[in-house]
Every structure is written in structure tokens, then in C-alpha cells.
Design a protein around this ligand. Structure first.
Ligand code: SF4
Ligand code: ZN
Length: 324
């Protein structure tokens, strides 16, 4: 097959667009979709200047998604005085797995000359995921603890660091899976959160006292396979191994269904996301000022919650950890 743009040998075929692309046109296409997303989500505030730059904190795990994100942000903004990039890696305490991926992070941030910070569950909660997975006091999948700790560690660090945005490497498949999981759970409040937390809705927010650093997902239009192909073609240092505690069975099931749907009906993931975003916007509007929205603060850590203690503090307690 030949590239539809130049006639060179194609390295990929995107069924959803019908395009065959050669290496160079494929790479350009990924780069321009990511830059368009950054523009459309209005990631760069009007107030960012060379004298008053914005700090963007990148969640860097060493896997393909966050490595591609870091690489593309560096390509786009290294020479832009309005933006300062910093990478943050969370060390969960998973023997063998996280140390190797930390090496990939160090190699990348060294290469790109980006500041790199590491935060560990051991320092933050006095726990390691290996023992959490073994003890499993609440009989949940390890990822159910780990996801709560990671979200908390990322946003707390972003806040402490004074970051203006928190950027993560979620790709189109991740986002479509989460959308389906939220829809199937029937939890519309969770759908609304998608708008508030991650839609790049910074400019039309009505909640100025939002306690969270705004989040953004610049890869959210790029299918997972294209992120992997990009990382491979650009020879980026990616850590490929899977976490030994990886256990998101339900997400895996949804992923299988989505593969099948996408095979039979190319473009399904894109249309799920455009419908979901509109739904999230409408739901967020409908819930504004709703008295059932979390308004209280966690007694221990101050995080917003309707209960006495937030979910994170509950889990830290359950696994015998401690907040600093
Ligand atoms: Fe944590 Fe699960 Fe990811 Fe492993 S796969 S790092 S346990 S969230
Ligand atoms: Zn708490």
C-alpha cells in the first residue's frame, strides 16, 4: 500500500479515516492532531508570557503514552518561553516493574533536559503496592487502591508545586473505555466530572474556587495503536512491561467490545467521545449549584468530599498506611 499523500510506502492504514500514510506523513498527522487538541482545549492561558510562564506538570510513567506526550510537548514548547515543562513520576512500590520504567523516564527527561520529579507511595502514604496487592484488606483489585492513590498523589503534587496544568497521556482508547464504563455504571455525576476535570474546559469554568489544578489530555484524539506506532517510529525510550498487579478486568472486557465495534464500524471510538463530551457538558451544567455536590472537606486531608473522610484516606487507613 502507498501513502495517500505522497505515494511512498505506507506504514499504517486508519480505517476510521480511510487514509494510508507513510512514516513521515503518519508522524506529522499525529503531531498536528495533538497540537490542534492543545489549541482547541485552549491549554495556553492568555496570561502566559515569557515573564510570567505557565508550569505544565506531565504525569510520566515511562509507558508509551506518557513518553510520546512528553516528547511531543517538548518538540512543541521547548523554545516557547510561555510554557515550562516538568515531568512527575509516581513510584508505587512495585518490585522490578517501576524501577525499570523509572529508568525509561530518566533517560527521556535527561535527553530532553526536562526537570523530573519522583513521588512515591512509600513517602506519601507509607505503603507499597506490592504489599497492598498481597494483603488486599478490602477484597478489591489492586488497581482500585492504586488508581485512587495515583490520582491523589498527582493532583496534590501539582498543587504543591504550583503547577498551572496537569497533563496526562490518556489516549482515545483509554478515554472511550472510561466513557463506556461510566455510562454503563449509570453514574451521571461521574459523567459530569469528565467535563469539569478533563475537558480542557478551563476557559468556561464557573467554579473559580475549584480546588484542583486543571487537567488536560492532549493525546485523547489518538488511538492507542497509533501512539504505540509513533513511539516505535520515533525510537523513544519506552518501558513495555505490564504491571504484575494489572487487574482491571472490567476495563479489559469493555476494551474487547470496543475493538469489535471499531472493527465492524470504524470511527466508533471517535463518535463515542464526541457524544460523551456533549453529554458531560450538559450534565455538568445541570449539576451546577446542586446541593448534593461534594461541599465538605475530609477531616484528615481537606480533600473535597461529602463524608467525614475521603476515599483516599479511607483506603490509606485500610491498608495500614499513614499520611505524612
Ligand atoms: Fe497500579 Fe494497577 Fe497500574 Fe499496576 S496496573 S500500576 S496496580 S493501577
Ligand atoms: Zn482525605
Amino acid at each position: 500500500m502507498q501513502c495517500d499523500k505522497c505515494g511512498e510506502d505506507a506504514v499504517m492504514h486508519a480505517a476510521y479515516s480511510g487514509l494510508h500514510l507513510c512514516e513521515s506523513h503518519f508522524r506529522r498527522s499525529v503531531e498536528s492532531r495533538v497540537r490542534r487538541r492543545i489549541r482547541d482545549d485552549a491549554l495556553i492561558s492568555d496570561t502566559a508570557t515569557g515573564e510570567n510562564p505557565e508550569t505544565w506538570l506531565i504525569g510520566l510513567s515511562g509507558g508509551k503514552d506518557s513518553v510520546v506526550l512528553t516528547h511531543l510537548l517538548h518538540e512543541t514548547f521547548a523554545a516557547d518561553p510561555r510554557i515550562e515543562l516538568v515531568a512527575l513520576t509516581i513510584h508505587e512500590g512495585i518490585e522490578g516493574y517501576r524501577d525499570a520504567s523509572l529508568d525509561a523516564c530518566l533517560e527521556l527527561t535527561d535527553d530532553l533536559d526536562i526537570d523530573h520529579e519522583v513521588v512515591s507511595y512509600a513517602d506519601e502514604y507509607d505503603v507499597e503496592m506490592d504489599s497492598v496487592a498481597e494483603d488486599d484488606p478490602l477484597g478489591m483489585a489492586p488497581c482500585a487502591y492504586c488508581g485512587v492513590f495515583r490520582r491523589d498523589a498527582l493532583s496534590r503534587y501539582a498543587e504543591e508545586y504550583g503547577a498551572d496544568k496537569l497533563l496526562t497521556g490518556h489516549n482515545l482508547d483509554d478515554e472511550a473505555q472510561t466513557a463506556m464504563m461510566n455510562l454503563l455504571s449509570g453514574d451521571v455525576r461521574q459523567v459530569a466530572k469528565h467535563f469539569d476535570a478533563s475537558l480542557g474546559s478551563f476557559n468556561h469554568r464557573e467554579v473559580d474556587d475549584d480546588p484542583f489544578v486543571p487537567r488536560a489530555k492532549p493525546l485523547r484524539d489518538i488511538p492507542e495503536k497509533e501512539v504505540a506506532l509513533y513511539a516505535h517510529l520515533a525510537a523513544l525510550p519506552v518501558h513495555m512491561a505490564e504491571c504484575p498487579h494489572s487487574s482491571e478486568a472490567y476495563r479489559g472486557e469493555i476494551q474487547e467490545h470496543l475493538y469489535e465495534l471499531e472493527d465492524g464500524h470504524p470511527g466508533t471510538r471517535h463518535s463515542i467521545m464526541s457524544g460523551y463530551e456533549e453529554l458531560a457538558r450538559l450534565a455538568a451544567e445541570a449539576y451546577r449549584g446542586d446541593e448534593n455536590a461534594p461541599r465538605g472537606e475530609c477531616d484528615r486531608c481537606g480533600a473535597p468530599t461529602n463524608n467525614e473522610v475521603c476515599r483516599k484516606c479511607e483506603l490509606v487507613d485500610a491498608v495500614g498506611g499513614e499520611l505524612p
